[in-house]
Design a binder for this molecule. Structure first.
Ligand SMILES: C[S@@+](CC[C@H](N)C(=O)[O-])C[C@H]1O[C@@H](n2cnc3c(N)ncnc32)[C@H](O)[C@@H]1O
Length: 403
C-alpha cells in the first residue's frame, strides 16, 4: 500500500461502512469512498482538509460543498482498452495495477446515455476481431476511448484513440454508433504511435458529425472538443467559479491574470470586473478554444498566451509592467506552482491571489511560500467543492490578500 492509501484507510476507519452500490468497487481504481455514506464522505474530506490547513489560522471549519445528486456527474472520461481471456475489455485501470483494465458494463459516475455508448463501442470493437494495444509488447490497435457529454443538452462526443489503423473502418464504426445513438453528435479518431500510456494522440481527425460539442457553464456558452480541459462536474464547478468571481473585488482600471487557464473559463468570469484579463496555458489546443470561446461570448478584453507559465513569466517587462495585475488566479495541475511563477507573482504584488487546487497538500505548501515571501500574502478564506464524489479528491478554493 502506498502512503496515500494507508492514510486513506486510516481516515476511513473512523466511519461506518455501507454496501457500495457498484459491484466493481475494490477492483476498479476509481471510487475509493463508495463504501461510506455521502454525508460521511463529506465529513472525511472536511477532516482531511482541517489536518492539511492546521498550520494556518482559519476562523472556521472549511465548508465542503456537496454535489446533489452525487451520481452520474462525470461529463468527461478517459477509458482504456485491455484484454481478458482473449476478449477486448474497456474501462478504467484496476486498483494498484498499471496494466489491468476493469471491464465496465456501467459506471455510476457516468451519465446512463454515455454508459450505453461505451457498451456499444466495446461490442463493435469485439466484432472487428482485432486486438487492443498491449503496452508491454507495443502491439495491437485500440488504446483509449475519450468520451464527453454536454451538461447543457446531453449530446455526446467521443474520440477513439488507436495506433495507425484504417480510416474506412473507423468511419463505418462511427456511422453504426451514430445511427444507434441520436445524441452522439461527434466522432473523432485519434492516432498515436507513442509508447507512453498517455491518451492525447499525435493526430486528431474528425470522422463524423460536429467539430465541437456545445456546452454551457454559468452564463457562458462553450464549444469544446475531445482534448479540451473542462472540469468534468459542471453542475458544481459553476458554483466554484461563481464564488471565485464573488471573492474577486474587481478593479475597472486594473488587470487580472488567469494562469493555467485551460479554455479560459476563470477569466471569462472576471472579464466584467477588470480592464483586461490575461490567460496563460501550456496547451495550444486549449488556447485555440479559449480564443474561439472568448469571441463567441463577446469578451474582447480577454487575451491568451500559450506556453508554460514558468517560461511565459520570463518576459518581466510585460508581466510586471504592462500587464501588472490587481488579481491573480492560479489553477495549476496537481504538482502546484513552479518556483519561478511564485517569485513573479510576488514581484507583481497583486492585491489579491485566488488559488484553485485539486491537491490540498500542494496548495498548503504553496500558501506557506506565498505567506513567507515579500510581500506577504495572508490566507483569508478557504472553501472546498466536492467535484468528485466517491473518490478521495476534492477541489479547493483559497483567497489570499497582500499583508
Ligand atoms: C486544472 S486545469 C485548469 C483549467 C482552467 N482553469 C479551468 O478551470 O477550466 C490546469 C491547466 O493547466 C495547464 N498546464 C499544465 N501545466 C502547465 C504549465 N506548466 N504552464 C501553464 N499551463 C499548464 C493544463 O493544460 C490545464 O489546462
Amino acid at each position: 500500500m502506498s502512503q496515500a492509501e494507508q492514510q486513506l484507510a486510516h481516515d476511513k476507519a473512523l466511519f461506518p461502512r455501507i454496501d457500495a452500490p457498484c459491484p466493481l468497487v475494490g477492483a476498479c481504481g476509481g471510487c475509493t469512498l463508495q463504501d461510506l455514506s455521502y454525508p460521511d464522505q463529506l465529513a472525511l474530506k472536511q477532516q482531511r482538509l482541517a489536518r492539511v490547513f492546521s498550520p494556518f489560522e482559519l476562523p472556521a471549519a472549511i465548508p465542503v460543498h456537496a454535489l446533489e445528486p452525487p451520481w452520474r456527474y462525470r461529463h468527461r472520461a478517459e477509458l482504456s482498452f485491455g484484454a481478458e481471456q482473449g476478449s477486448v475489455t474497456l474501462g478504467f485501470h484496476a486498483a494498484r495495477s498499471f496494466w489491468k483494465i476493469v471491464d465496465l458494463d456501467d459506471c455510476l459516475l457516468l451519465p446512463e446515455a454515455v454508459a450505453r455508448v461505451i457498451r456499444d463501442v466495446r461490442a463493435l470493437i469485439r466484432e472487428t476481431g482485432l486486438s487492443p494495444y498491449f503496452p508491454r509488447r507495443h502491439e495491437g490497435i485500440f488504446r483509449f476511448l475519450l468520451v464527453r457529454s454536454s451538461h447543457a443538452d446531453g449530446t455526446i462526443m467521443l474520440c477513439l484513440v488507436t495506433t495507425p489503423w484504417d480510416r474506412a473502418a473507423v468511419d463505418a464504426l462511427a456511422g453504426t454508433l451514430m445511427a444507434a445513438h441520436p445524441n452522439l453528435v461527434s466522432v473523432y479518431w485519434g492516432v498515436t504511435s507513442k509508447l507512453a500510456d498517455v491518451s492525447a494522440p499525435e493526430e486528431l481527425i474528425l470522422v463524423r458529425g460536429r467539430a465541437y460539442l456545445e456546452d454551457r457553464l454559468g452564463p457562458f456558452e462553450l464549444q469544446v472538443h475531445p482534448l479540451t480541459f473542462l472540469q468534468p462536474t459542471p453542475a458544481l464547478a459553476q458554483r466554484l467559479y461563481a464564488r471565485m468571481a464573488e471573492w474577486a473585488e474587481g478593479a475597472p482600471s486594473g488587470n487580472a491574470w488567469d494562469f493555467y487557464c485551460g479554455i479560459g473559463v476563470v477569466g471569462f468570469h472576471l472579464a466584467g470586473k477588470y480592464r483586461h484579463v490575461y490567460g496563460v496555458d501550456s496547451e495550444p489546443r486549449n488556447i485555440e478554444l479559449g480564443r474561439l470561446n472568448a469571441q463567441r461570448n463577446r469578451l474582447d478584453n480577454v487575451t491568451f498566451h500559450q506556453g508554460r507559465a514558468e517560461d511565459v513569466v520570463a518576459d518581466k517587462r510585460f508581466w510586471l509592467l504592462e500587464a501588472k495585475p490587481h488579481l491573480v488566479v492560479v489553477d495549476p495541475p496537481r504538482t502546484g506552482l513552479h518556483e519561478r511563477v511564485i517569485s513573479t507573482l510576488l514581484g507583481a504584488r497583486p492585491a489579491q491571489i485566488i488559488y484553485i487546487s485539486c491537491n490540498a497538500e500542494a496548495l498548503a505548501r504553496d500558501l506557506q511560500r506565498l505567506g513567507s515571501g515579500f510581500p506577504r500574502y495572508r490566507l483569508r478564506r478557504v472553501e472546498a467543492f466536492d467535484l468528485f464524489p466517491h473518490t478521495a479528491h476534492v477541489e479547493v478554493l483559497a483567497l489570499l490578500d497582500r499583508a
